[in-house]
Design a protein. Sequence first.
Length: 225
Amino acid sequence: MTILKHLHFLKVTSVPTLFWSSPKPLTIRPPLISVIMLIIGLVLFGCGEALLIAAGIGVSPWSVLAQGFNHIFGLSIGQATFIISVVVLTSWIPLKQTPGMGTVLNIIIISLALELSLPYLPQPEGLGLQLTQVAAGVFITGIGSGIYLIAKLGPGPRDGLMTGLQRLTQLPIAWIRSAIEISVVILGWSLGGVVGIGTLFFALGIGPSIALAIFCFQRYFGKRA
């Protein structure tokens, strides 16, 4: 029971409105603080995923799915990733999700953060250090997700699917995101993608990590909103 008392973040069911939240995602003149926090969140997101890749024990679930598409259809990873993103964005229609500048910047900034940070990140050899780096990557990705989602300038394809399904089902964000990531891993693996320990760690940890970040931001900044 003592442990459960400290897991309230797993019950988070919505993205709060805080001092850096934009009034609406579709706007040509968003608040400057919203844009700044959006960019900070996306940079952290990209660096977190880069830590996972540099650890060398498995890529993210969506990369596994892209590998599966590559294996079945002979597409490049880039082409497969693009098609997957389009399909996920299409799923937004029945979920009534609203895109914004964050939806576009999500793709651009995360890609840049990945490419620019990877050459400078450690590539540990021992499993213990690799798992530690994966855990750090999941945690940083969760923080980045929380910051940029609270900016409310439009989520990226994956996060939009998460928030859309959450609103539809009213289930906690951690549960929804974990279910999505695990489903993606299973589908990608069934298509021929390669699953590693880091992949499973990410799939199980990213949902609770995002929920924890949102919970903490709500708790410590909610009174200032």
